[in-house]
Design a protein around this ligand. Structure first.
Ligand SMILES: C[S@@+](CC[C@H](N)C(=O)[O-])C[C@H]1O[C@@H](n2cnc3c(N)ncnc32)[C@H](O)[C@@H]1O
Length: 211
């Protein structure tokens, strides 16, 4: 399948299924492979809390809230607002909190940390691309490191972690830092990623809470 057709397929599917972005299918695939979220909403306990960094326009948030079906809690952050086109009121739910803010901001970090402890921390946050692969990868690594700091501060023991990275010169050091923190640690590139993209996802399960 050509890249164009692939893009068209995922974008169309997202439109039909009421998601503002095709990126939802990356999370869906990661979730299916690694079981990030409980399979049935009946298994979701009231203290099942998720932190999502880089949430706009909101496809991942919608996917999660649809799965939570009113249970648990999702806290999400982005520089940009969420799209309200297809949320059908889910973004007004009691089990959802969104803040338009920078994840590097220390007050924001304190605010989100206080909402934990989280069972799962996700980040699909990505820098605006500059066209310079090295610069973009370095910025993406900074975001991933910030996500790891959120995990150190607010991820529960045995919690899950999934973070997007743009592969580059900093990747090896980042993986070396993150790997020992989890019982299972993998990198995974979902089908829905454009084949030309140098993004991949780092998935950690069974957080050891050692730092
Ligand atoms: C690929 S989009 C996320 C898409 C989202 N997962 C979805 O399915 O709708 C990446 C997002 O990261 C956000 N982002 C990048 N740097 C950020 C930062 N420092 N703080 C908060 N959000 C950030 C961008 O604003 C952008 O909305």
């Amino acid at each position: 399948m050509s890249n164009y057709k692939k893009l068209d397929f995922w974008s169309l599917k997202a439109q039909n299924e009421g998601y503002p972005a095709r990126s939802v299918y990356k999370l869906q695939e990661i979730d299916k492979k690694f079981g990030l979220l409980p399979k049935s909403h009946g298994l979701i306990k009231a203290d099942f809390k998720i932190l999502e960094l880089g949430a706009a326009p909101g496809s991942w948030s919608l996917y999660i809230l649809r799965k939570l079906a009113g249970r648990g809690f999702l806290a999400a952050c982005d520089l940009s607002p969420l799209s309200r086109r297809t949320d059908a009121g889910l973004f007004d739910g009691q089990n959802f909190f969104f803040k338009q803010a920078d994840i590097f901001d220390t007050d924001t970090q304190a605010e989100f940390t206080a909402l934990g402890a989280f069972s799962l921390i996700l980040s699909d946050a990505a820098p605006s691309t500059s066209g310079d692969h090295g610069v973009d990868a370095a910025r993406s690594a900074e975001i991933a490191k910030a996500a790891l700091l959120y995990a150190d501060a607010a991820l529960r023991k045995d919690g899950g972690f999934c973070v997007k990275i743009f592969q580059g010169a900093e990747t090896a050091a980042l993986l070396k830092e993150a790997r020992p923190k989890f019982k299972l640690f993998k990198t995974f590139k979902p089908e829905a990623c454009r084949s030309s993209s140098f993004e991949t996802y780092v998935v950690g399960l069974g957080f050891k809470k050692i730092s």
